[in-house]
Design a protein around this ligand. Structure first.
Ligand SMILES: O=C([O-])CC(=O)C(=O)O
Ligand SMILES: [Mg+2]
Length: 235
């Protein structure tokens, strides 16, 4: 499959990633909210495996399903997803819908190593992660719901990839994610930026952050807060 057109934004992906990583999720959330997209934040439980980790980039979507018999066809097929990542040719976020499983680890260090060699710059896993020590030592940003040593085999399996997926939401039960939608995460959580809005949201958030920086500096200076609020409308 040729998915490349899902990853064209008018600005090269590495530049988008660099500029998003200068921002913070609260500001991106506010911009999306004001644009009429209030339901783009992922569930509160989704957190980085180390507090200072951030990630930004376009989603490569993966769907997994319960698999209590260890289906051999699914098991054999999954390895091909990494070549599909490579065929896209830009930095990606491995983004996993785990069908609400709350038992197994759906991500780990082997996935990260192979992912990195295939263009992956971080993972958002709506489920569990293991080998966390490796990931932390490698400084590889993974956002997940929990950590566990429990293996996925005979519990959960990869089903398909590069299809629309649904991750648990902060304000809605799920937030849809499509291949090429952007994920941006920091200590507060993760927001999903729909593909067609990636550049507009970036530019609007950069402008918002400028205003917040000015207002913050003036608040910190001890000047009259009422006057500062009148000037910027920010607190
Ligand atoms: O069971 C799995 O594939 C998850 C894991 O431990 C790894 O990626 O290293
Ligand atoms: Mg492992």
């Amino acid at each position: 499959m040729d998915w490349k057109q899902n990853y064209e934004y008018g600005i090269p992906v590495p530049e988008l990633i660099k500029r998003y990583k200068e921002l913070y999720t609260g500001a991106v959330y506010d911009v999306l909210d004001h644009m009429g997209y209030p339901n783009q934040a992922l569930a509160n439980g989704l957190k980085p495996v180390r507090q200072d980790m951030t990630l930004a980039g376009p989603a490569f979507t993966i769907k997994g399903i319960p698999d209590i018999k260890g289906d051999e066809d699914l098991r054999t097929r999954r390895i091909h997803l990494f070549n599909d990542m490579r065929s896209i040719g830009c930095p990606l976020i491995d983004t996993r819908d785990c069908s609400m499983d709350t038992q197994a680890a759906h991500y780990g260090e082997m996935n990260a190593v192979l992912g990195k060699a295939s263009g992956v710059v971080g993972a958002v896993v709506d489920g569990g992660c293991r080998d966390t020590g490796f990931l932390v030592r490698d400084n590889f940003p993974v956002f997940c719901q929990y950590q566990t040593p429990v293996e996925a085999y005979m519990r959960w399996s990869y089903y398909d990839w590069q299809m629309p997926i649904a991750l648990r939401g902060a304000l809605t039960s799920v937030v849809p994610v499509h291949p090429g939608d952007f994920l941006f995460g920091d200590l507060d959580g993760v927001v999903v930026i729909p593909r067609k809005l990636v550049v507009e949201v970036l530019e609007k958030t950069e402008a918002l952050v400028q205003v917040e920086n000015q207002a913050r500096a003036e608040f910190a200076s001890g000047a009259d807060p009422v006057e500062i609020y009148k000037k910027y409308g920010k607190l």
